[in-house]
Design a binder for this molecule. Structure first.
Ligand code: 3PG
Length: 405
């Protein structure tokens, strides 16, 4: 793929797809800004260009699905000059602001997922025919994909512009690819993946993939995906937890989980105990003591923490993805914190996903990991050996550009 170094950026209008998707509270406060900070080196290397940033925050229907204004403010602080928020994506307001930009200006367009077509997963060809690409590409010279963290999705702003504009990778994308490649190549056995968080479908895809291709010895599950798999294994996890799984649209994953448990007997680790949330108080119970119809499971239990930590410490390569529980609530951060502390003992440790990275920084452990990925699902898919459509599109675009610059 091509990079910033392959183009003369002086005076060019460069559209950069960045990943600024950060944890936010209901008042639009940014809870962790690692991803925002991560793109500063890319912006510094584009100082002579006119930079148009395109990004998303969360997904439609979620409470943190909101505007990019706070992100622009935070980025301005790190960059030391204004990153102007423009509350439009590709309408006449956005386009006229782009055409009036001066060298050195940086603007951030509105949350690209406010536009429904963005979230369709299609080919770069199909996406290149959309209104967004047709309207924006005439006012742009070069497209850069610096959004490694969303490049596992073949969504419009990742794919569409690569067909019609000279295209390259930004600095975050370059660093992720080289660090994760080092992890895969240097990855020694035993290799353990610890998967948690709330993106159940992604985590089960990875489990299936890494256990099928044999690149991982054990997958230890935590978080919502562990609850789904406990249900799949026949544990009655109770109404509160089942309702939550249903509200997230993951009921169908229980059947899928059953098949995975049959297929990979002994290779998938499940919690033996959990922590329930009783009005903010942590209550430890064995999984056999479930169901608890009113109280949600918000963390893995103490015995699971001990057992998982032992396996993690004995592994040579450890990959953590997603928190073990509701780590933003103190009593339920224990599982996530202990897993982080265990992981730094292994030779090569990688962590991915916004929430777990935030906890690593809260603990002051960021320098003790071999690599902290900006990606959650993207990191894990990449390590699992899957082809990321966004990276594939960069390679295709580079081949086309080399043949016909
Ligand atoms: C992430 O947070 O992993 C990326 O920003 C992608 O977000 P998504 O899972 O909502 O597509």
């Amino acid at each position: 793929y091509l990079t910033i170094d392959d183009f003369d950026m002086e005076g060019k209008t460069v559209l950069v797809r960045v990943d600024l998707n950060v944890p936010m509270d209901p008042e639009d406060n940014i809870l962790d800004d690692m991803r925002i900070k991560s793109h500063i080196p890319t912006l510094r290397d584009l100082e002579d260009a006119r930079v148009v940033l395109l990004a998303h925050q969360s997904r439609a229907g979620k409470s943190d699905f909101t505007t990019m204004r706070p992100h622009a403010e935070r980025m301005s602080r790190y960059l030391g000059k204004e990153v102007e928020y423009v509350d439009d994506i590709f309408g006449s307001h956005a386009r006229s602001r782009i055409t009036s930009m001066k060298k050195g200006d940086v603007i951030l367009l509105e949350n690209v997922r406010f536009y429904a077509e963005e979230s369709l997963e299609r080919s770069s060809k199909a996406h290149s025919q959309t209104h967004m690409v047709k309207k924006l590409s005439p006012v742009i010279d070069i497209f850069l994909n610096d959004a490694f963290a969303v490049s596992h999705r073949s969504q419009l702003s990742i794919m569409g512009f690569t067909e019609v504009l000279p295209t390259g990778a930004g600095r975050v994308m370059e660093k992720e690819i080289s660090s994760l490649d080092r992890g895969i190549k240097g990855g020694e056995c035993p290799c353990v993946f610890v998967l948690g968080g709330a993106k159940v479908d992604d985590s089960l895809n990875v489990t299936d993939n890494v256990l099928s291709n044999g690149s991982v010895d054990r997958v230890l599950l935590t978080g919502v995906v562990a609850n789904v798999m406990l249900a799949a294994s026949g544990v009655n996890i109770g109404k509160a937890n089942m309702d939550f799984i249903e509200s997230q649209g993951y009921l169908d994953q229980i059947e899928r989980g059953r098949k995975l448990l049959d297929k990979f007997d002994g290779k998938i680790g499940l919690p033996i105990d959990v922590a329930l949330n009783d009005d903010g108080k942590r209550i430890e119970v064995q999984v056999e003591e479930l169901p608890s119809d009113q109280l949600p499971i918000n963390d893995i239990g103490l015995e699971t923490i001990v057992a998982y930590s032992k396996e993690i410490r004995n592994a040579k390569t450890v990959v953590l993805n997603g928190p073990a529980g509701l780590s933003e609530l103190d009593p339920f951060a224990l599982g996530t914190h202990e897993i982080i502390k265990a992981a730094v003992h292994s030779e090569y440790s990688i962590a991915g996903g916004g929430h777990i990275s935030a906890e690593i920084r809260n603990l002051g452990y960021e320098d003790r990991f071999s690599h902290l990925s900006t990606g959650g699902g993207a990191c894990i898919d990449y390590l699992a050996g899957m082809v990321l459509p966004g990276i594939e599109a960069l390679r295709t675009a580079a081949a086309r550009y080399r043949n016909n610059p």
